[in-house]
Design a protein around this ligand. Structure first.
Ligand code: PLP
Length: 394
């Protein structure tokens, strides 16, 4: 028994990359180097070395979204970046720019869904269709109805969904925003490292990124603003760090690790096809094993690494625990709030009834066949044991 437990504990499959991707060795090494550093704002040699590490990371993060000359503001993560950007108060060329309304997508991550610093009555929710794609007709109508006399329109939507992996048509969203004079913020947290983002700042005015979704450390993120685009009023005020857009001594080690991960993310995109092949292969096996499985968002373009599915009569929350015991780390719904498992607002927005909830696997370039085999074996056992619908009385 003891031995069996040990074997179980030794063999684990980590299939939860959308929650946090494993830390890349290059990011860890870069962080360790930067950890002994001085304050990046100090003018002495030690401070200048720390500053160099931060500025290198800034270039690496800008390159991830295909730009050289952009305003990159480092924050403690994507949530802080979103809270900074989602404010009614911005400046354009030092002149105040007021936004009277923010348009967010009903399937957005709570970081943008909650509307940041906008008052509840200034937040409009844009619907998605049954596949989880933003309804462009609704966005067009909303922007056409927007009363510019009251203030400008801010649109904040996700580029790719953390639960379903559905990729939003960000070029079309960008064209609509431009046509109506709106400013567009794209939450590229899940798209980064999984899709090429080089056109993103052609479409959007600002892009949100998170370090720990691409193999960097937790607690670092950024927003990247297209040159010449307006800038938000700082959320964290105090010293003049980050050109006044985010006060507080920079977390140089985390930022350096984020930069290393951003650089690697571009290179690792080459493996996206292999990742997609693994995910697709799994879904074929899943459909064979459970013909009545529902794979959410399967009708839309999706990230190569994500599969979000519901199995009738298999309660996702209980299944997640069983998977954990079997050595498989995956998510039920989204796991962004301290282990809380609740009904998915994304599925609700898609109009999907999933009484049993849904399970998400999200993989990455280092996921291997033995990990997937461990998962598929555990899944097969669970499906065999799942509660069968009670036989109807004749
Ligand atoms: N946006 C999306 C799409 C996410 O998936 C997440 C985290 O899951 C966030 C924002 C928040 O990121 P962070 O953990 O860096 O605050």
């Amino acid at each position: 028994m003891r031995q069996a437990k040990k074997v179980m504990a030794d063999r684990r499959a980590y299939l939860d990359w959308n929650a946090s991707a494993p830390l890349l060795p290059a990011a860890r090494a870069t962080m360790l180097d930067a950890m002994d550093g001085a304050n990046p704002s100090s003018v002495h040699a030690e401070g200048r070395a720390a500053r160099q590490a931060v500025e290198r990371a800034r270039r690496q993060v800008a390159a991830l979204v295909g730009v050289r000359d952009a305003e990159v503001v480092f924050t403690s993560g994507a949530t802080e970046a979103a809270s900074t950007l989602l404010t009614p108060h911005w400046t354009r060329a030092s002149e105040p720019l007021f936004f009277s309304r923010v348009y967010v997508c009903a399937a957005d991550h709570p970081a943008t869904l909650r509307g940041g610093r906008f008052a509840p009555e200034q937040i409009s929710l844009l619907p998605v269709d049954a596949d989880g794609l933003i309804r462009l007709d609704a966005l067009r109508e909303a922007l056409a109805r927007h009363d510019a006399a009251e203030g400008a329109a801010l649109v904040a939507v996700h580029a790719a969904n953390n639960e379903t992996g559905v990729v939003q048509p960000w070029a079309e969203v960008g064209a609509l925003a431009r046509a109506h004079g709106a400013v567009l913020v794209l939450d590229a947290v899940q798209a980064a490292g999984r899709l090429p983002l080089s056109d993103m700042l052609d479409q959007a005015d600002a892009v949100i990124l998170s370090s720990h979704k691409i193999g960097g450390p937790q607690g670092a993120g950024a927003f990247v603003v297209r040159p010449g685009a307006p800038m938000p009023r700082a959320l964290v005020t105090g010293g003049g760090q980050e050109r006044g857009f985010r006060a507080g001594t920079e977390n140089a080690a985390a930022i350096a690790g984020f930069g290393a991960a951003a650089q690697a993310a571009g290179e690792r995109l080459e493996r996206a096809e292999a990742v997609a092949a693994m995910r697709d292969h799994f879904e074929v096996s899943l459909l064979r094993l459970v013909p009545d499985v529902v794979i959410h968002g399967a009708g839309a373009p999706r990230l190569p690494n994500t599969s979000f599915f519901s199995i009738p009569a298999l309660k996702a929350e209980t299944a997640q625990m069983a998977f954990d015991l079997a050595g498989v780390a995956l998510s039920a719904g989204s796991a962004c709030s301290s282990g809380k498992v609740g009904p998915s607002h994304v599925l609700k927005a898609m109009g999907v009834e999933a009484a049993e909830g849904a399970l998400r696997i999200s993989i990455g370039p280092e996921t291997d066949e033995p990990e997937l085999a461990l998962f598929e074996g555990a899944l097969e056992r669970l499906v065999r044991r799942r509660a069968m619908p009670a036989a109807k009385a004749a």
